[in-house]
Design a protein. Structure first.
Length: 185
């Protein structure tokens, strides 16, 4: 009778360990899926930028430095596609800032604002930025779940045994982007 109880407890422990392992695998896969979603949106944005720059080049001949900066940052973003989330976030944050400057400068060119091509690219870029934001939220939620699983007891025992590690969040690097805008009347 005692051996049956011992075997039942042992089977229960093994099944629980398998369940913890499967949860860790699921969380790691969800984080990978989330990162893939971010990567797709960042590639889409990088593909839109040359077309946007081409549509503004003729109008913004005085803004050559800004156009070159956007081009340089886009090249860095494309070449950093295999970097860590923290590295990618820094480069993508700088690119977002440069694109914001480009859009702000574009406001002072009425002919450019009236251009159908520019408006289409501006709208596509805005949609892509929204998709990046949604993808970042999904990824960071998946990373949170993975990190909690990796650090929580008793799943941490399984995580260490099978090489599961915490993942990095994809966070905004620029503190100015985090700041709450001030509104004055």
């Amino acid at each position: 009778m005692g051996t049956w109880i011992f075997l039942a407890v042992l089977v229960g422990i093994v099944l629980y360990a398998i369940s913890l392992y499967n949860t860790l695998v699921k969380n790691r896969q969800m984080a990978g899926e989330g990162w893939s979603g971010i990567d797709v949106q960042l590639k889409r944005r990088a593909d839109l930028i040359p077309n946007l720059l081409e549509s503004v080049k003729g109008y913004m001949s005085h803004e050559k430095g800004l156009l070159e900066e956007v081009t340089r940052l886009r090249s860095q973003a494309v070449s950093a596609s295999s970097g860590s989330p923290a590295q990618r976030a820094g480069i993508e944050s700088a690119l977002s800032g440069a694109l914001g400057k480009l859009m702000a400068v574009a406001e002072s060119y009425p002919d450019l604002k009236a251009s159908e091509n520019f408006r289409e690219f501006q709208q596509a870029l805005e949609e892509t930025e929204n998709e990046i934001s949604m993808s970042r939220r999904y990824y960071n939620g998946a990373v949170r779940n993975l990190n909690v699983s990796v650090e929580s007891f008793p799943s941490t025992l399984i995580a260490r045994q099978f090489g599961f590690v915490k993942a990095e969040y994809f966070e905004i690097e620029d503190n100015a982007d985090r700041a709450v805008p001030t509104v004055k009347f």
